[in-house]
Design a protein around this ligand. Structure first.
Ligand code: HEC
Ligand code: HEC
Length: 526
């Protein structure tokens, strides 16, 4: 038999019993390899044989055939569940140079120095994996909390509306956006994005909301659907409160911004939609009207993460008792978290996951069994929550890691006056003494970053709801992203100028109006 094609004078490797055999010639006929070897393969040449002279080049297949990795002669060997594609940036420039080394070992070391190997590589691979897994958890993991938000509160029924097997009129995308829910454009098929841009999607129809939930496009909210496509439950994630979008496509519809506080989100209004609020009335021992009034009191950008522990629905002065949703970025290097320093990031994640989101998991803090400070928690035992199965604990490490990986976003050039900011910086670090507590570049104290209410001139209400009875020095980087809703834990200061004016009075700084403005410009640029 004559070859149809001979690949000649190449660098070809074929797999033999003893491993890879280097060859120079390959003869092919009928789609099969006739022979491989050296120049003797040319003996298979006939009158119609095409000969391709490779001229010493390496013969490689276009792309890789991975069949052999998962399929063997005995059948299926494995299933690929995750593929990590590492895209390395192409070098902007390359330069060739000569270097001489006294030994080949040293030459080898110099080459491998830039490439992690051994345990260093184990560490780097682990870091990459933790970020990926943590992001997934932050965005999509409900820890099984659909048992609470869906199965118990029936929130999905209010969203679906009567027409789609729920109750009431349903929640249209327009309503959902108006209470601050965000849509992840990355989850929308391109055709739908085009239709949205062209205004061809019905944003008044709850069916559209359900379609968005099916696409997993509502940030921080997961719908669970039955085999017939009807919504059967709903769960919440961290991203619900701690992510927003960049409005790339339309207001409320854009690319995810993880860690940015969603100050548009009206948590109270959303929870209030639930047809069954009995879990709250039972826990707090109050009637439905009271629960509804409390949920309505928070307003956009606020939530009360202590209500179900201490039962304090309102401040003694009658004002709402929720706190602002804080940013969840720029937290690496910061010791204590939450406005009142309850604990570390991972402490708080367990607290939220198990007791606020009502996921199924473990959370332990004996401080919450103090019945004087936490009468509700002491009754409910939430300070020793042991959800079975535990869907939270195994996620905490990567979730922690991911949060510490989110940097505070830099302010946009032009969004503040650079000249004023540099004068403001001098004041911040100097005469105004801000940097004594907000130590740059963390803008909180390394160490036990807490202060008594009297040290910063505010009342103790929220501090006293924490085991610390203190306020945590707020890390200020990325402040510009959360100016909506005000400043300090409850948003009591509407603007940065109000914050500075407070410090000016309280610390008797005697700042001029210009100096106050300069400080504000500096804060806007952090
Ligand atoms: C319903 C809204 C909501 C959800 C959902 C939520 N959080 Fe929070 N988060 C808050 C509020 C409000 C605070 C401030 C609590 C306080 O100071 O008492 C907070 C505080 C935090 C902090 C402290 C930030 C700082 O300034 O140090 C971190 C970290 C955090 N949350 C992470 C998470 C993670 C991770 C999840 C998911 C497991 C989550 N949160 C789910 C509302 C929420
Ligand atoms: C004694 C320590 C201390 C000093 C001095 C101090 N701060 Fe603060 N700062 C805090 C604490 C604690 C908080 C958190 C208050 C709260 O959560 O209610 C805070 C909060 C803030 C906030 C609000 C952050 C947010 O996310 O809402 C800003 C802005 C701020 N400080 C700026 C300044 C400036 C400007 C100065 C100097 C004029 C200054 N601070 C001096 C301790 C201090």
């Amino acid at each position: 038999m004559r070859a149809e094609l001979i690949l000649a004078r190449g660098r070809i490797r074929t797999l033999g019993r003893a491993g890879l055999n280097p060859q120079s010639h390959l003869a092919i006929a009928g789609g099969k390899v006739l022979a491989s070897g050296g120049r003797e393969v040319m003996g298979l040449r006939g009158p119609r044989t095409r000969v391709v002279d490779l001229g010493g080049a390496v013969l490689d297949q276009p792309g890789y055939d991975l069949t052999g990795v998962v399929v063997g002669s005995e059948g299926l060997l494995g299933v690929v569940t995750e593929v990590v594609l590492r895209i390395l940036r192409k070098a902007e420039a390359t330069r060739t140079f000569f270097a001489t080394f006294p030994s080949t070992t040293e030459a080898g070391n110099a080459v491998s120095a830039g490439v992690p190997s051994g345990f260093d590589k184990v560490i780097e691979d682990n870091a990459n994996r933790m970020v990926r897994e943590g992001r997934q958890t932050f965005r999509f993991d409900t820890f099984g909390d659909e048992a609470f938000w869906g199965d118990a509160l029936q929130l999905h029924k209010a969203i679906a509306g009567e027409k789609h097997g729920g109750v009431g009129g349903g929640v249209s995308p327009k309503t959902a956006l108006s209470v601050g829910l965000k849509v992840d454009v990355g989850a929308l098929p391109p055709a739908l994005q085009e239709q949205l841009k062209a205004g061809k999607v019905d944003l008044d129809d709850p069916a559209t909301t359900l379609a968005l939930l099916k696409l997993n496009a509502v940030v921080g909210v997961t719908g669970f659907f039955d085999a017939r496509g009807s919504i059967r439950s709903i769960g919440l994630q961290c991203a619900f409160c701690h992510s927003t979008v960049d409005d790339a496509l339309a207001p409320g519809i854009g690319r995810r911004l993880d860690g940015w506080a969603n100050r548009d989100l009206n948590v109270g209004a959303i929870v209030s939609l639930a047809p069954n609020l009995k879990p709250f009335t039972d826990l707090l021992g109050v009637d439905l009207a009271t629960v509804k009034a409390v949920l309505a009191s928070w307003g956009p950008g606020r939530f009360d993460a202590e209500l179900d522990k201490d039962g304090k629905a309102l401040r003694p002065d009658g004002k709402q008792a929720g706190t602002l949703l804080p940013p969840a970025f720029g937290l690496a290097g910061v010791n204590l978290h939450t406005w009142t320093g309850f604990g570390s990031v991972t402490y708080w994640n367990a607290y939220v996951g198990a007791t606020e989101m009502h996921g199924s998991g473990t959370f332990f803090d004996a401080r919450l069994s103090n019945g004087d400070q936490y009468p509700v928690a002491a009754r409910s035992g939430s300070g020793n929550t042991r959800g079975v199965p535990d869907r939270l604990t195994a996620k905490l490490a990567a979730l922690h890691f991911y949060q510490l990986s989110i940097p505070a976003p830099k302010a946009l050039v032009g969004s503040f006056s650079a000249a004023a900011a540099s004068r403001g910086k001098a004041l911040f670090d100097g005469r105004a003494r801000c940097a004594s507590c907000h130590v740059p570049p963390l803008f909180t104290e390394p160490g036990n970053n807490l202060h008594a209410p009297a040290e910063i001139g505010v009342d103790a209400f929220q501090a006293d709801r924490s085991p610390t009875h203190m306020y945590r020095t707020a890390p200020l980087a990325g402040l510009w992203t959360h100016q909506k809703g005000g400043f300090y834990h409850d948003g009591r200061f509407a603007t940065l100028l109000d914050v500075v004016a407070h410090y000016d009075t309280f610390f008797k700084l005697s700042l001029s109006d210009q100096e106050k403005k300069d400080l504000v410009e500096y804060l806007k640029g952090l």
